[in-house]
Design a protein around this ligand. Structure first.
Ligand SMILES: CC(C)(COP(=O)(O)OP(=O)(O)OC[C@H]1O[C@@H](n2cnc3c(N)ncnc32)[C@H](O)[C@@H]1OP(=O)(O)O)[C@@H](O)C(=O)NCCC(=O)NCCS
Length: 194
């Protein structure tokens, strides 16, 4: 008798196209509300979204040679995305945004998107990937730690009329993913907000 093991959900990633912009806007907005709505008023989120995630702004970003984007799909539907950029002058590449719809989190899509960022950065000969995260977003800070990120800088981040603390960190591409249960990095005092 065959055991009744649930089949894995069909999940995957692919490069974004200009036709994905409405989905990027929708996924971004829904995930922002769920993630940041606890500590940033919706009107401030809306002001920032309208300015930086308008169709026009995303279309400009899409056409920049220094930008890459990737969609995450669950059962063929876009449910997440990652946008990264390469700053050749500064010699830095960074993940500018990575979002998976709340109901689709925990299926491995975020990891797939991040691994694609690592792959693209290695291909472009960068030795690390940078990103920023709000200090209040502790589940995601823990997730970044589990992927091997260390946070080394802090800067204010303003959305509308609200300013929050923003941790900035990197993940070396020469290292492997740390095993589960690894101790936090030396900068943990920064990332626990203490
Ligand atoms: C952060 C985010 C992109 C991660 O995507 P995701 O699809 O939920 O993550 P995954 O399913 O790939 O996570 C996979 C692994 O991380 C682990 N993980 C998830 N959350 C974790 C946490 N808080 N701490 C430690 N590990 C965590 C999971 O257990 C899983 O491990 P496993 O593969 O060994 O089972 C997504 O949760 C998200 O959009 N969050 C809200 C928005 C946000 O904060 N975006 C980043 C802004 S800077």
């Amino acid at each position: 008798m065959t055991e009744n093991v649930p089949a894995p959900l069909p999940a995957g990633i692919r490069p974004w196209t200009v036709g994905d912009i409405p989905d990027v806007r929708r996924i971004g907005w829904e995930t922002w509300k769920a993630t940041y709505g606890r500590f940033i008023p919706e009107e401030d989120l809306r002001a920032y979204h309208d300015e930086h995630y308008s169709t026009e702004a995303l279309t400009r970003n899409f056409h920049r040679a220094s930008t890459r984007g990737c969609m995450a799909l669950l059962r063929g539907k876009p449910v997440g995305y990652m946008i990264m950029s390469f700053d050749e002058k500064a010699g830095r590449c960074h993940v500018a945004s990575i979002y998976v719809l709340p109901e689709c989190q925990g299926y491995g899509l975020g990891t797939m998107l991040m691994e694609e960022a690592f792959r693209a950065a290695r291909e472009a000969k960068y030795d690390r990937v940078w990103l920023g995260v709000m200090s209040e977003n502790s589940p995601t800070i823990a997730w970044y730690h589990s992927l091997g990120f260390s946070f080394v800088e802090e800067a204010p981040f303003t959305m509308g009329k609200t300013t929050v603390r923003h941790f900035i960190g990197f993940r070396l591409l020469t290292q492997g993913t740390p095993p589960p249960g690894s101790p936090p990095d030396l900068n943990d005092d920064m990332t626990t907000g203490s």
